[in-house]
Ligand binder design. Sequence first.
Ligand code: GLN
Length: 491
Amino acid sequence: MELYTKTISECQSLIRNGQISSVELTRSVLGRIASLNERLGAYITVTGDTAFRQAEEADKIIRSQPVENLPPLMGIPVAVKDNMCTEGVRTTCASALLDDFVPPYESTVTGRLAAEGYVLLGKTNMDEFAMGSSNETSAFYSVKNPWNTEMAPGGSSGGSAVAVAADACIGALGSDTGGSIRQPAALCGVVGLKPTYGRVSRYGLVAFASSLDQIGPLAKTVKDAAILLQAIAGPDTNDSTCAPFEVPDFTSSLGRDIKGIKVGIPKQYFIEGMHPRVEDSVKKAINQLESLGAKAVEVDLPHTDYAVSTYYILATSEASSNLARFDGVRFGVRRQKESDLMDMYTTTRSAGFGPEVKRRIMLGTYALSSGYYDAYYLKAQQVRTLIKQDFEHAFNSVDIMACPTTPAPAFRLGEKLDDPLQMYLNDIFTISANLAGLPGISVPCGFTDDNLPVGLQLLGRPFDEENLLMVAHAYEQSTDWHKIKPKLLDI
Ligand code: GLN
């Protein structure tokens, strides 16, 4: 078996036993990236030279230290979504506007991975400023789904999901504002975890919608997701929205019995028109949880119908404010031919932003404008509270919830690009967790007749990633879905 196919936990033991070096592992993964990236478009920037330097550095430490002193990610090659600042490494947010942006500082998450001795493979492709569900809004190139390259990988962390699915990294980071980790994870057949709002620092994450954004792992297994979360979670004085809570040991709950766990099945998450094989696979997964001793009970989330409209008002409003900084003064390409300040703003923003980002800025500015604020933004905030209360109420009687991650499997590239509403509807099952601040995970749970992956979504109580990971791991280990890989040689 090629080294690039390994999981984080497998690489950890191979490195610790002295069977492989980080340089060998890094060479294997970089070779894989070189052979696939043109076809799949998962990376915007590949940092080959620095990766080798970091791997050599890791190998020195590995040789000189007792194994028990080594941090979990020492020498492990990881891919990072291109909206997290990496000092000295170009960070574009897949936007023409930030084409030449090289951050002068490191995001907290990548700083924490670096402190553990990880190897940065490069920065992954995404929807521009993380706005999208198919990765097609990237200013550079679309990402292709490795299960069928005519299909979208999902978005906005599509590059990270594809890198994991195609073994073009060992693990990856993504960000999730309305499903951008879980939805591409489901469409690409990998594990994707959105932690609780406040669990992981966003310092150095380019903000899209600050009341919703969270960083989290995309990985080959639930255990790998737990290892990555462990490395990045926890309080940060640089981010006041990061909760001052101690971080539990996420891997220690894996392998525990899930007998007696109460799993809520939200009845609004099985809707008319959803793909029959998605419905079928998720229902089978719920039966599987029951056969492991969990108790499934129906729960009611009555305001689910309003989630998509609520999200698209709040997310666009926050985006219109967050993206005001890209005006050519400090951030954004300046063309040097502008006649005055206004001209500079307009030129930078007209040329720099793509159509979806412009649409969001206009929608959000409209929703926030005086005269419409009460009818849209304020109303959406009120409905957000109702959605949050639905979950609080339901979590009084269950420990966890199980439902589909998406209503349908991967769709064709181009299919929804001219119909934003159809694109937005793809987020119907992922958005509510962001509105309510809850942790959620997608794990592979089957395939359609066309061999496209299906994802099971589990949602947890705030700051209860432990139970979420425990149940996800128990399910995963009792099935073989996560072991099936796309046949890349056939594409
Ligand atoms: N698809 C959603 C959107 O376009 C979610 C994006 C995200 O989570 N970053 O807003």
